[in-house]
Design a protein. Structure first.
Length: 252
């Protein structure tokens, strides 16, 4: 069973379109038109065109593209702000807020035409955001699923709470979890494909596959194709096999 997947986008529409071009090239090479493309979440924040990213994905799905778009923690932060700027996400550290430069909400609002949103009174910025942001955008983000299971591959933004059945997983964990998941080496019953924790490049750990290659910080946006539990990184030169370290060493 074949599935394509794309890592954390963070407002980089140019990188997203380039990732889809790589997928289109792979589809053409193997004659596949039906395998879904799973976007792993964090559509917005930090990058220059969060509005364009949301428009692109909404329009593609509306036209019938076989795309799955998952909710990331940054996507939820955006919707919380639009609902009530005083509302706090329980996963966000107490000293930070969505408009803090480290989080990148200001860049998202700037893509809708707001001037210096991180440097002005919160109430004023919120009022302007309600005028500038199409209601369809936060509505779209709110209804995004938090996971997608395909055969024995589970796609989720941040990870899962180890040892907890998928039906009992909490959205807070699916969008925010780090150490408890990242440091757990057991098999989770499915290959967990996730993002959220930025690396210099995508990495396969055997029980999980991290696709966040730091597009938010100037890195690339990773696109992969997964067949069973085998993974290939899609590049301009074609497929490059992505194996867990022990398998890669054994092949040398």
């Amino acid at each position: 069973m074949r599935t394509y997947a794309i890592g954390d986008i963070h407002g980089h529409l140019d990188l997203l379109k380039a990732a889809h071009a790589l997928i289109a090239a792979d589809r053409a090479a193997i004659g596949d038109t039906e395998a879904p493309v799973v976007h792993i979440g964090d559509l917005v924040d930090r990058g220059p065109d969060s509005r364009g990213v949301i428009d692109f994905l909404m329009q593609g799905q509306a036209l019938g593209a076989p795309w799955v778009v998952l909710k990331g923690n940054h996507d939820r932060l955006f919707t919380l702000f639009m609902n009530d700027p005083a509302d706090r996400d329980p996963g966000l550290r107490s000293e930070l807020a969505w408009l803090h430069p480290r989080i990148g909400g200001g860049a998202t609002l700037a893509s809708y035409g707001l001037h210096a949103p991180a440097d002005r009174p919160l109430g004023q910025v919120h009022a302007e955001a309600l005028e500038a942001v199409p209601a369809a955008h936060p509505d779209y983000l709110r209804q995004l699923p938090t996971w997608h299971l395909r055969d024995d591959v589970l796609f989720v933004h941040a990870g899962v709470r180890p040892g907890v059945d998928l039906r009992d997983q909490r959205e807070d964990d699916l969008l925010w979890i780090r150490h408890e998941f990242l440091e757990d080496t057991r098999d989770h019953g499915a290959l967990i494909v996730h993002g959220h924790t930025a690396l210099s490049e995508a990495k396969h750990y055997g029980n999980r596959l991290n696709l966040d290659s730091s597009a938010a910080y100037g890195g690339p946006l990773t696109a992969v194709v997964i067949e069973g539990r085998e993974v290939w990184h899609l590049t301009d030169a074609g497929r490059v096999r992505l194996d867990p370290p022990h398998q890669a060493a054994a092949a040398e």
